[in-house]
Ligand binder design. Structure first.
Ligand SMILES: [Zn+2]
Length: 411
């Protein structure tokens, strides 16, 4: 009996062991999956650390010029074939898109302004396609300059841009992405939001009163999607510059109403969208707080406006060295107002002009941007032929006939 019991208990132990093995390999998948993923993360982190350590060791053990040569061989020539680009960089700008032409072109007092200064969804998509076909590539505006120490002074230098061979650098900016009340009433979206998965979407109220969440009626989601499927349209995933005022909040959130009971919620929502935009390759610029004309207002008012922007908008989007003058205005070196902008940390100052233009001052790079809007498309076809043929861009179905009659006759 004892021997049988011993054999039986051995068998029982063996069976129990087998069951334990089966459970541990297949029975508790959730726990296993969790432990697998967490161990993967740890491995990934370790590998990353090792790579960094190796790079550090390499840089320590080899002369610096050898390391640069290696990097050039690996990344520039073989993979991206980067070459220096000399010359002024194209910088074009838009306003938010007309998402609902029936609201923009409804015959009211604002109709003419929307025809002149805005473009439709279809026009934007055609423009981007043309720029891509003409071998433009989006670059980060902040790449244009670098600081150089000279004694105890700091100078601004123009960086040497390295661009994939055959490509032409391009900066895109969007002005007044604040979704002012007048814009909402005339056919722009209402605000940028994060969807359930944390991705950028747009929120608007359609002309029939329906609330709408979409991805195809504003520049940001459209350009994000375009770059996703045309990765060679962007250097390092860069998208564009979002130029914000502050007097009606930012990105559709009324963060200017600091005494409102909704303030905290508006601010948190705006911050979440801003964080995602940055992650997606967007950067920010000041467009002044109150959309004032820098050339016309007093120095005192310009300083007050700049400080208010820093407090209410800069506190949300983070520091930026880019200032985009409202009204395409400008002030020049030697003017105390120019110095006030530089003193406020703005080293790239953008006005409006008819062609790519840059001028370097000791403390700042001045650049012109070209306006992409109804005036450009309808009245200045010749001027934009290097970027697109505007007659092939115009949304003839959306824009009222009275503004495009002449062109229709020519086609
Ligand atoms: Zn503006």
């Amino acid at each position: 009996m004892y021997q049988i019991d011993q054999r039986m208990s051995k068998k029982i132990i063996a069976i129990l062991c087998l069951i334990a093995i089966i459970i541990s390999t297949s029975g508790c998948t959730d726990i296993l999956d969790t432990s697998k993923s967490s161990s993967n993360i740890q491995v990934g982190q370790n590998i990353e650390l090792e790579v960094i350590e190796q790079e550090e060791n390499t840089s320590k053990s080899q002369p610096e010029n050898v390391k640069i040569e290696d990097e050039k061989d690996d990344k520039s020539e073989e993979i991206q074939n980067l070459v220096p680009y000399n010359g002024a960089v194209q910088h074009i700008f838009f306003h938010p898109l007309i998402a609902y032409p029936e609201l923009a072109f409804d015959g009211d007092a604002k109709e003419r302004g929307f025809n002149d200064y805005f473009v439709t969804i279809q026009e934007f998509e055609r423009i981007i396609q043309s720029l891509y076909e003409k071998n433009y590539i989006l670059i980060d505006i902040n790449m244009l300059i670098q600081e150089k120490k000279e004694g105890d002074k700091t100078k601004i230098e123009r960086s040497t841009l390295m661009i994939p061979e055959g490509k032409k650098p391009l900066i895109i900016s969007i002005d007044d992405m604040n979704y002012y009340d007048y814009m909402r009433e005339n056919g722009t979206i209402y605000k940028l939001i994060l969807d359930d998965e944390g991705n950028i979407a747009t929120y608007s109220i359609a002309p029939d009163g329906e609330e709408k969440i979409a991805y195809d009626n504003e520049i940001i989601p459209l350009l994000d999607k375009f770059v996703e499927s045309h990765t060679d349209f962007s250097l390092d995933g860069t998208k564009g510059v979002i130029a914000l005022t502050g007097f009606e909040g930012v990105l559709g959130y009324r963060t200017n109403e600091i005494d409102s009971p909704n303030y905290q919620k508006e601010k948190e929502s705006a911050l979440a969208v801003i964080e995602k935009l940055k992650e997606n390759g967007w950067t920010f610029a000041s467009h002044g707080y109150g959309h004032r004309d820098a050339a016309k207002i007093s120095l005192k008012k310009l300083i007050a406006d700049t400080n208010k922007w820093r407090d209410e908008v800069g506190s949300l989007v983070g520091p930026t060295k880019v200032y985009i003058y409202p009204y395409g205005s400008r002030v020049l070196p030697g003017d105390s107002k120019f110095q006030a902008l530089v003193d406020a940390g703005f080293n790239i100052l953008c006005a409006v002009g008819s062609q790519a233009y840059e001028k370097l001052d000791t403390n700042a790079l001045m650049q012109d941007r070209r306006h992409i809007d109804g005036i450009g498309l309808i009245q200045q076809r010749e001027r934009f032929l290097d970027l697109f043929d505007s007659y092939k861009i115009i949304d003839y179905n959306a824009r009222p006939d009275k503004y495009i009659q002449g062109i229709k006759g020519e086609l």
